[in-house]
Design a protein around this ligand. Structure first.
Ligand code: FES
Length: 122
């Protein structure tokens, strides 16, 4: 079980929801299920409208995270992923802060998800 806390200026207050461990739903699907209005258009990792900032909560180190080639490209185009950061991700299994909600698979770790409510702006 993971706690996922959504924070945004467009929400009255932060909202924490529970994600079932082993569930392979995306963060965007979890947000939609709980009426959290993360902007989205393509829902396929191509437009960048669902850009979010993810922080791992607690004392445990972040779990290794896989980025699809599509997500890498879209984050790069949006200025959120550069060569140095990409190398760090690939050599140290260190996940980046900026992600696409439609590509992020919820894991068994507590996270804070920040979004602006404006498409493509975290
Ligand atoms: Fe288009 Fe996520 S909705 S990249």
């Amino acid at each position: 079980m993971a706690n996922v806390t959504f924070s945004s200026p467009i929400l009255d207050k932060d909202v924490t929801v529970y994600a079932v461990a082993g569930d392979t739903k995306t963060l965007l699907a979890l947000a939609k299920k709980n009426d959290i209005p993360i902007p989205c258009q393509c829902q396929d990792g191509e437009c960048g409208s669902c850009l979010i900032k993810v922080s791992v909560l607690g004392d445990n180190p972040p779990l290794a995270s896989h980025l699809t080639e599509k997500e890498k490209l879209t984050l790069s185009v949006n200025g959120k992923l550069n060569k140095a950061l990409l190398e760090k991700i690939e050599t140290k299994d260190s996940p980046p802060s900026y992600r696409l909600a439609c590509q992020y698979i919820v894991r068994d770790e507590d996270i804070l998800v920040e979004f602006s409510g404006e498409a493509g702006v975290e």
